[in-house]
Design a protein around this ligand. Structure first.
Ligand code: ZN
Length: 281
């Protein structure tokens, strides 16, 4: 686990075991708010111990940004004094799919054997939730795209956006909706930000943010355009292999190259969607 600070009061923890997943902690005068967990128990435990050792008060809340296990597998490691919070959609999806997804991941990952799904019991609905804790206001907003329950957390006083998977080195929409993803990314351009903590990978600094959001929006457009061309020309799935991530304007390097797998899954998802809709017409 790698640890860094993005402001006086905000700590970011990055997994070194899986896909550079991030979790964050906002230290307030009245306790700590944690946003997401790390994928494996060993790393979440390390994060909790570090936060305890800070001597800056107890962990009060754990907020989940979406139901995916790589961000929520550590929920059960927080003790009963910590309130677990998420959007109502996240609660629903975790109840319906959390255990199934965990069982699948366990098949090749023994490190997950001890994980128990723990679903947050405090939920918020459409619209924002502002968590006022100590001297901090943390705005939770639904930004669907990566998943339909994806939420961001904006710390007003620090102008830091804990964006989770709504901002990643490549937008990954196979679980959600690429159309909603584009709208959510456009919405993020309205914030005045010092930094964005992505759900995976490096923290984005002020000067990098506009270009990064723009390149993700452009990626979604280019991808749609290029896959549509393949479908319209009646080419087979093999032609999709030529649509590399570079050709859609994104680097192949982040997340140790894992972005290429995410990109490929995106390509196939659009192809299937477009060819399915052709069939039903
Ligand atoms: Zn995710």
């Amino acid at each position: 686990m790698r640890r860094e600070r993005v402001s006086d009061d905000i700590y970011v923890f990055t997994s070194e075991l899986y896909a550079q997943v991030t979790a964050s902690a906002v230290v307030t005068k009245d306790g700590i708010v944690v946003i997401d967990t790390l994928p494996f128990p060993v790393e979440t435990r390390e994060m909790i111990e570090y936060l305890r050792a800070l001597g800056q008060g107890p962990i009060k809340y754990l907020v989940n940004t979406h139901w995916h296990g790589d961000h929520t597998n550590g929920n059960y490691l927080f003790d009963d004094t910590v309130e677990l919070v998420c959007h109502r959609r996240c609660q629903q999806l975790m109840e319906e799919q959390g255990q199934i997804a965990l069982d699948e991941s366990r098949e090749n990952t023994p490190l997950l054997d001890e994980v128990i799904i723990r679903v947050p019991d405090i939920v918020f609905d459409e619209g924002d939730l502002v968590l006022h804790v100590g001297n901090k206001s943390i705005e939770m907003t639904l930004t669907p795209g990566h998943t339909l329950d994806s939420t961001i957390a904006y710390v007003r006083e620090d102008k830091v956006l804990l964006a989770a998977d709504t901002v990643m080195p490549v937008p990954y929409f196979v679980w959600g909706s690429r159309h909603e993803f584009k709208n959510s990314l456009k919405f993020l351009k309205e914030y005045n930000l010092e930094s964005i903590v992505q759900g995976h990978g490096e923290v984005l600094l002020r000067g990098e943010i506009p270009a990064s959001l723009e390149s993700s929006i452009r990626y979604l457009d280019l991808l749609e355009q290029k896959v549509t061309e393949v479908v319209e020309k009646g080419k087979s799935k093999d032609a999709l292999e030529k649509l590399t991530i570079d050709r859609c304007g994104k680097s192949r390097i982040p997340l140790n190259g894992l972005v290429q797998d995410l990109h490929r899954a995106n390509v196939y998802a659009i192809f299937d969607e477009l060819t399915e809709s052709n069939k039903t017409e």
